[in-house]
Design a protein around this ligand. Structure first.
Ligand code: 26V
Length: 821
C-alpha cells in the first residue's frame, strides 16, 4: 500500500500572495482593482504552476539519474476535470492559498469555478486513467501518460424543451495554464502510401513503407502532481499539425496524385474526441487518431531509451512497460514490430519477444458492439505495412494454435486476428491478447467473464495470462478535495494519513454507533445537500428540499445502465401517490446526470422522457411535497464533485454481467451514500466490503440472466402479470407527460416490449421496487441509516486507486518506486 504521508512543502501565505500579485501584473497584465475572477484564477494557476514545475524538474532528474523502469499508460482518453483544487491539495497548499486570496479579497472557491473541465474522455475509462496517473505520482512511481490533445473534448450538453443538444466544448479558448508545449520533442508520423519489397544481402527480404503523407505530432505536457508534492509525472498529449515535409519519394514514384487524394487534413486528427462510448464506430479518422498518438508516443519512448542505452535493444523490455487502456492503442503492437523489424533490422522472433514483454492490455467491456474491429481494406489504405505485419503475427500465431488444436478450423477462425468474410476485419481484441504478456479485466466478476465467455481458448492456451485488477478511485479528488467537511471530520477522528492509507478509514467503524459522531456525519451530509440544492436551483430553477432523500444516478446514458428502470420506478411512486395521497414514503429527490452519444436515438429518448416526467411531477402540487425529479444538464467531473458529497442513495442498477466495474459506485459509497444495485461489476466487491446490511442488492444474477435468456425471455409476461407495470408503460403512450403530443415517449415502451427488452428491465422491476421500499423504511430510522452510511465510508479502503496501482505494480508491471529529493 502507498507509504506516502503527505507532509508537503510549506510556503507561507505571504509568499503565495506576492507570487499571485506578481503574476497578475506581469503575466496577466492587469492589477488588483481591474482583475475579474478569471484573471485571479489564471494568476493563481501561474503561482501554483511555479511550484509544480519545480517538482517536475526534480522528478525528471531523479528518473534520469536512476535510469528507472517506467510504465507508459497509453489511453485515447484522460478525463482530468479541473486541476486547481487537486494540485493545491496535492502540494499541501490549499489552506495557505485560500488564506492568501482571502487577504486579497478574493474567494478561492469562486475562482476555481472559472476553470473549464479538461473533458478529454467519455466516462469511466477516461476517468480511470486520470485516477491512475494521480496514484502513480502519489506512490512515487515513474510513469508517463500518453494520449491525444483534443481541441474539443466531450460535447457540452444543453437541454432544450427536454431534449439533449450537443454544443462544442472549447476548453482551451482562453488558454490552459497547466500545459507546456514541447516543440523540441515534435515527432513526424507517416500515413497512407505503399510498401516496397527489397531483397537485401543473404536473401533477407526488407520492407520499406513509402508513406503518402507525413503529419507532425506536437507534445503538450500536463504535470501530474502526486499527493505530498514530491513526484510530479507528466501526461503527454499529442496535437496534430500539418507537416512542412514534402514527400519527394512518393512524388518520384508517381504516387503524388494518389497521395494528395488521400491526404488527410492533418489538423483534423486531434480536433475532436469521439463521443461514442461502448459503440464501435469504424470511422477512418478514429483509426488515424489511434495510430497517430501511439506512433508519436513510441518514438518518444524510444528516443528516451536510446539516450540511455544507445542502439542496444536488449534492455528495452526491462525499462519500458506499456499498458494499453482497452484496444484503442492496440495498433502500438504492430507499430513496435515495424520499428524493430523494418527499421532496426531485427529478426522477427527477437522483435516479437521484445513486443510481447512490453505490452499489457486492460479490457473494459464485454458488450459486443464495443469490441473494436477495423475493415482490413481501411487498414491497407492508411497503414499498409501494419496490415502485412498483422497478417504475419496472425500466421505465426495460428501455427501455434494448430499445435494445440490440430486441424481445428473452427477454433482457428475464432481466435484469428482476422475475421473472414466479404469484408475482412481486423479484431483488435485478439491482437491485444496475442501481443501482450498480461490481460486484465477491471472487477472480479468481469475478469471471470472475460476468461469464461470472451477469451476462453486464450485462457487455455496461456494459463495465467488473463487476470483481474479491480478498479479504484483516487480518494484525494473523490473525498479530500470534493468533500472538505467530511474530510475534516475524518481527520479529527483518525488522523490525516487516510488519503494515502485508505484502509485507515476502518477506524471510523468504531464511531458508527456513537450518537455524537452520527450527528456530525449526517449534519455534514445535510450541509452538502443544502449546497447542492442551491446549485440545482441556480442551474434548473427547481427547488428541492434538503430533508428529502437525495437519490443519485450519474453515468453515461445507456440501455444497459438502465436509467429507464429508475424512471419506471419513479412513475410507480407517482402513481401510488396519485392513487393514495397518504402513501407512506419518505420525501425523495431523484437526481440524474447523463450524456447520450449523439447518434444513440433511444438514449436521447430516455433523457427526453426523464425531463418530461420531471416537468410534470415537479409541477404537480398533489405530489410535490414527496417527489421531485431533476435532470442536471452537462454532467461532467466538476458536477460530479458537487453531487457525490450530497448523495444519500447511489443507483448502480445495470443488468448483471454488463457493467465491467463501475467507479461512480465507489465514489458515492466513499462519501457515505448507500448503494441500491445489482450483483454486477464492482458492486459485488463493494457488498463484500460493506456487508449485506449496508447495501440494497436486487435483481437477477449473471447466471439467472443467462438462464432466462436461454429459456426465451418474453417481456410481455411481466407486462401482463404486473398491473402496476402495465399501467406505467401504457401511461407512456398517452400525452399525459407531453401535452398535445401523444406517443412522444412511446419509443421507450416499444423498446421494452416489441423490442424484446434486451437488458431485462421488466424482469428486474418488481425486485427493484421492493429494494426501494426496504431502503425507504430504513431511512426512517435515522440512527440506523447514519450507522449504515458511516460504515460505507469506513469500509471503502479497498477501492483506492493506490491499491489498483499496487496490484498492477506487483503482478504486471514489476516497477520500483523512485523517491524524489
Ligand atoms: C469504446 C469506443 C468505441 C469507439 C468510439 C469511442 C469509444 C470510446 C470508449 C469505448 C469503450 C468504453 C468502455 C468503457 O468505458 N468501459 C468502462 O470502463 C470503466 C473503467 O474500467 C468501467 O468502470 C465501466 O464499467 C466500463 O463500462
Amino acid at each position: 500500500r502507498a507509504k506516502n504521508t503527505a507532509q508537503p512543502q510549506s510556503l507561507d501565505s505571504k509568499t503565495i500572495k506576492a507570487s499571485i500579485v506578481q503574476h497578475l501584473h506581469c503575466t496577466l497584465g492587469t492589477d488588483e482593482n481591474k482583475a475579474n475572477n478569471h484573471a485571479w484564477w489564471k494568476a493563481t494557476c501561474a503561482a501554483v504552476q511555479e511550484q509544480v514545475l519545480e517538482g517536475l524538474r526534480k522528478t525528471q532528474r531523479a528518473h534520469y539519474l536512476n535510469d528507472t523502469r517506467a510504465v507508459h499508460y497509453f489511453s485515447a482518453e484522460f478525463l482530468m476535470g479541473r486541476l486547481m483544487s487537486n494540485n493545491l491539495h496535492n502540494l499541501g497548499l490549499f489552506e495557505t492559498t485560500d488564506q492568501a486570496l482571502k487577504e486579497l479579497g478574493v474567494s478561492l472557491t469562486d475562482i476555481m469555478e472559472e476553470e473549464p473541465d479538461m473533458a478529454l474522455g467519455n466516462g469511466g475509462l477516461g476517468r480511470l486513467a486520470a485516477c491512475f496517473i494521480d496514484s502513480l505520482a502519489t506512490m512515487d512511481l515513474p510513469a508517463v501518460g500518453y494520449g491525444l490533445h483534443y481541441e474539443h473534448g466531450l460535447f457540452r450538453q444543453e437541454i432544450k424543451s427536454g431534449a439533449q443538444i450537443e454544443r462544442p466544448d472549447s476548453w482551451r479558448d482562453y488558454g490552459n495554464p497547466w500545459e507546456i508545449c514541447r516543440p523540441e520533442s515534435i515527432q513526424e508520423i507517416p500515413l497512407y502510401g505503399y510498401v516496397e519489397t527489397k531483397y537485401g544481402d543473404k536473401g533477407r527480404i526488407q520492407k520499406e513503407w513509402h508513406p503518402g503523407t507525413i503529419v507532425k505530432g506536437v507534445p503538450w505536457d500536463i504535470p501530474v502532481v502526486g499527493y505530498g508534492g514530491k513526484t510530479v509525472n507528466v501526461l503527454r498529449l499529442w496535437e496534430s499539425q500539418a507537416s512542412d515535409y514534402f514527400n519527394w519519394d512518393v512524388f518520384n514514384a508517381g504516387g503524388y496524385v494518389d497521395a494528395q487524394k488521400e491526404n488527410v487534413q492533418a489538423e483534423t486528427i486531434s480536433k475532436v474526441l469521439y463521443p461514442n462510448d461502448e459503440t464501435e464506430a469504424g470511422k477512418e479518422l478514429r483509426l488515424i487518431q489511434q495510430y497517430f498518438f501511439c506512433a508519436c508516443s513510441l518514438k518518444d519512448i524510444i528516443r528516451r531509451y536510446k539516450r540511455a542505452h544507445g542502439d542496444n535493444w536488449e534492455r528495452f523490455a526491462d525499462q519500458v512497460v506499456i499498458q494499453l487502456n482497452d484496444t484503442h492503442p492496440a495498433i502500438a503492437i504492430p507499430e513496435l514490430m515495424r520499428i524493430l523489424v523494418d527499421r532496426a533490422e531485427m529478426d522477427w522472433d527477437s522483435a516479437w519477444e521484445i513486443c510481447t514483454q512490453t505490452f499489457a492490455y486492460t479490457n473494459h467491456t464485454l458488450l459486443p458492439e464495443a469490441l473494436e474491429k477495423w475493415p482490413a481494406r481501411m487498414f491497407e489504405k492508411i497503414l499498409p505495412r501494419h496490415l502485412e505485419i498483422i497478417y504475419e503475427i496472425n500466421h505465426r500465431f495460428l501455427d501455434e494454435v494448430d499445435k494445440v488444436w490440430p486441424n481445428d478450423n473452427a477454433i482457428k477462425s475464432k481466435l484469428s486476428i482476422i475475421e473472414e468474410g466479404n469484408d475482412k476485419m481486423v479484431r483488435m481484441g485478439n491482437l491485444s491478447v496475442i501481443g501482450s504478456f498480461a490481460v486484465n479485466g477491471v472487477a472480479e466478476i468481469h475478469s471471470r467473464l472475460v476468461k469464461q465467455n470472451l477469451f476462453p481458448e486464450f485462457d487455455q492456451l496461456w494459463p495465467g495470462k488473463l487476470t483481474n485488477v479491480t478498479n479504484g478511485i483516487t480518494p484525494r479528488r473523490w473525498l479530500k478535495a470534493c468533500n472538505p467537511r467530511l474530510s475534516e471530520l475524518i481527520d479529527s477522528k483518525i488522523g490525516q494519513d487516510w488519503p494515502v492509507q485508505l484502509d485507515k478509514l476502518q477506524g471510523l467503524a468504531d464511531f458508527a454507533d456513537d450518537a455524537k459522531f452520527q450527528k456530525a456525519f449526517m449534519q455534514i451530509k445535510h450541509q452538502n445537500k443544502v449546497d447542492l440544492a442551491a446549485d440545482i436551483k441556480a442551474l434548473t430553477g427547481v427547488e428541492v428540499d434538503p430533508n428529502a432523500i437525495f437519490d443519485v444516478q450519474i453515468k453515461r446514458l445507456h440501455e444497459y445502465k438502465r436509467q429507464h428502470l429508475n424512471l419506471l420506478h419513479i412513475l410507480a411512486l407517482y402513481r401510488r401517490l396519485l392513487e393514495n395521497p397518504g402513501y407512506a414514503m419518505t420525501p425523495r429527490v431523484f437526481l440524474f446526470g447523463a450524456k447520450a452519444a449523439p447518434g444513440y436515438k433511444l438514449a436521447k429518448d430516455i433523457i427526453y422522457a426523464i425531463n418530461k416526467v420531471a416537468d410534470k411531477i415537479n409541477n404537480d402540487p398533489r405530489v410535490n411535497q414527496k417527489l421531485k425529479v431533476v435532470f442536471l444538464p452537462n454532467y461532467r467531473v466538476s458536477l460530479a464533485e458537487k453531487m457525490i458529497p450530497a448523495a444519500d442513495v447511489s443507483e448502480q442498477i445495470s443488468t448483471a454481467g454488463k457493467e465491467a466495474s463501475g467507479t461512480g459506485n465507489m465514489k458515492l459509497a466513499l462519501n457515505g451514500a448507500l448503494t441500491i444495485g445489482t450483483l454486477d461489476g464492482a458492486n459485488i466487491e463493494i457488498a463484500e466490503e460493506v456487508g449485506d446490511d449496508n447495501i440494497y442488492i436486487f435483481g437477477l444474477t449473471v447466471e439467472e440472466v443467462q438462464a432466462l435468456k436461454a429459456n426465451g425471455y418474453n417481456p410481455y409476461d411481466y407486462y401482463y402479470e404486473n398491473k402496476e407495470l402495465k399501467a406505467i408503460l401504457d401511461w407512456l403512450e398517452t400525452d399525459y407527460f407531453t401535452p398535445g403530443k401523444p406517443g412522444a415517449l412511446a419509443s421507450l415502451k416499444h423498446s421494452l416490449l416489441d423490442g424484446g427488452d434486451p437488458y431485462l428491465v421488466l424482469a428486474d422491476f418488481a425486485s427493484y421496487s421492493d429494494a426501494h421500499k426496504a431502503l425507504d423504511s430504513a431511512y426512517q430510522d435515522s440512527k440506523g441509516w447514519a450507522r449504515k452510511a458511516i460504515l460505507n465510508t469506513a469500509r471503502m479502503g479497498k477501492f483506492t486507486s493506490d491499491r489498483s496501482i499496487q496490484d498492477y505494480v506487483d503482478r504486471i508491471w514489476k516497477l520500483s518506486s523512485c523517491k524524489v529529493e
